[in-house]
Ligand binder design. Structure first.
Ligand code: ZN
Length: 256
């Protein structure tokens, strides 16, 4: 693990060694780390590498969401302010290390002429947040993007419609660089690909459910729109199952 300088102020490790990606933004007086990987060792290695390059001390850790591949390295940042959304706190209630600061919908961190925006979006999980650094048009998307591969949508709080809303919001923003939750650094093209797939999938699965398809039929359905064909085993099936459940629940409650 090492902090690779991506722009004037942004550093990342997207090697996958720490499972979830980790990054940092160096402001004038302090540096913010985004996510903490799946282990203390990889978080420590990233922090050491980062601190050998930045002038501003590491003072804040921002968490995109509660999944362990982004949060198990938190102890390495015990000396920092730990920031996450309100729903994060509820989902991670039993964890030893709790955020020291939470936000409802959004939070802006300002340091002189620089600012960083933290926004709760939901979708991948109820607490999924993104971090935007406008001056460098850089987006830390968290797990709303798994670049170049199929995404994990197995969380019980998965919501494909709010996920699509977030992707559409990204499309309206000035974004040159996307640091995804997993996979390589990418750009707006990747968001376009994701947004198109989500839009198509939402309407296809919604229609299947309305037409009375069973879960197994949705999983076996062969005419879904094209998307990445190489991914971790079971990931697609899990997404389809969860997607089906989402619309089934919606459909049933709408008929009540
Ligand atoms: Zn995740």
């Amino acid at each position: 693990m090492k902090a690779t300088k991506l722009t004037d102020r942004v550093y990342v490790d997207t090697s996958g060694e720490g499972k979830g990606n980790i990054g940092a933004i160096e402001l004038n007086n302090y540096t913010i780390v985004v996510d903490s990987t799946i282990s203390i060792n990889s978080a420590k290695a990233f922090r050491n590498s980062l601190e050998s390059q930045v002038k501003s001390p590491v003072r804040k850790l921002v968490l995109t969401h509660y999944h362990s591949d982004h949060t198990l390295g938190i102890p390495v940042f015990r000396d920092c302010e730990i920031i996450a959304s309100e729903p994060y706190k509820r989902l991670k209630r039993s964890a030893k290390y709790q955020p020291t600061q939470t936000f409802e919908n959004s939070l802006v961190l300002e340091d002189g002429d620089l600012k960083v925006e933290l926004v709760l979006a939901g979708g991948h999980t109820k607490d999924s947040s993104y971090i935007y650094f406008p001056i460098e048009k850089t987006l830390f998307s968290g797990d709303l993007i798994f670049a170049k591969t199929f995404f994990y949508a197995g969380d019980p709080t998965f919501n494909p419609e709010t996920w699509l809303d977030a992707l559409n919001r990204f499309l309206s923003m000035q974004i040159a660089i996307v640091i995804p939750g997993h996979g390589p650094v990418c750009d707006k093209e990747e968001i376009v690909t994701y947004a198109k797939f989500f839009k198509d999938m939402c309407s296809v699965i919604k229609k299947l459910v309305e037409d009375g398809a069973k879960e197994k039929e949705v999983i076996r359905y062969e005419s879904f729109p094209e998307f990445y064909t190489e991914y971790r085993k079971g990931v697609k099936e899990l997404a389809l199952t969860n997607w089906y459940k989402f619309y089934k629940k919606k459909f049933v409650s709408a008929r009540k």
